[in-house]
Design a binder for this molecule. Structure first.
Ligand SMILES: C[S@@+](CC[C@H](N)C(=O)[O-])C[C@H]1O[C@@H](n2cnc3c(N)ncnc32)[C@H](O)[C@@H]1O
Length: 200
């Protein structure tokens, strides 16, 4: 899969990119404020962040945000766009692997099109790496594709029942899952799901 993403970035083929932050991100954050028992989030991590637009948006509500991607071209593009933002840091990292020891744990991990970029067999590994990088009571939140038109992917759809299996109780607890039929941001994606799970 690395070659696939490397090729996308080298050839500037980034059809998922919205050119700005995701339009559903403010609604996701409102749900967090409504449902999360913890109101103070100091550190966030965005794996598979692409050009970093959503990390930039999150830095308005969370003081320190790390924008991370597997592909160096992605991270350098994000840095070019948002390197002046003092609330952002940038990291080249494979989100399936443990994070560097000097990276402090995050209160929030935000995912848009990272989980859905992975084939089913790699998703458990990704969620485990996220779990390990979250503080106690930290939250994994995201915008997950509930339905897509191209079944071979990526992107892949991840259903609510798959999500509950990937984030099992008692080590995770669901905070919310809200399907949005109005916010589809790409012709391939027909339904999006705003989700959050808390690390217990
Ligand atoms: C579909 S794009 C989404 C980018 C961004 N989240 C957005 O919404 O615009 C998926 C991103 O994940 C990155 N990626 C793929 N596999 C990865 C991995 N194992 N670890 C970290 N990033 C990865 C790709 O380089 C790509 O930038």
């Amino acid at each position: 899969m690395t070659d696939f993403w490397q090729n996308c970035w080298e050839n500037k083929r980034t059809p998922w990119d919205l050119g700005g932050s995701h339009p559903l991100l403010p609604r996701l954050w409102e749900l967090m404020e409504q449902y999360s028992p913890h109101k103070k989030f100091l550190r966030a991590l965005v794996p598979g962040a692409g050009k970093g637009h959503d990390g930039h948006w999150l830095s308005q509500v969370i003081p320190y945000v790390v924008v991370s991607d597997l592909i160096p071209e992605a991270v350098s593009t994000a840095k070019k766009l948002y390197g002046q933002n003092p609330g952002l840091d940038f990291l080249v990292h494979n989100a399936l692997l443990p994070y560097p020891e000097n990276l402090e744990a995050s209160d929030v991990i935000y995912d848009r099109a990272m989980l859905c970029a992975l084939p089913a067999k790699l998703r458990k590994e990704y969620v485990q790496a996220c779990y390990n990088q979250l503080t106690n009571k930290g939250v994994f939140m995201g915008i997950v594709f509930a339905a897509v038109t191209n079944e071979e992917g990526p992107p892949f759809a991840v259903s609510s029942s798959e999500l509950l299996a990937l984030f099992p109780e008692p080590i995770w607890q669901p905070l919310f899952m809200q399907e949005c039929h109005d916010g589809a941001t790409n012709e391939v994606i027909t339904v999006e799901n705003l989700i959050a799970f808390i690390k217990v």
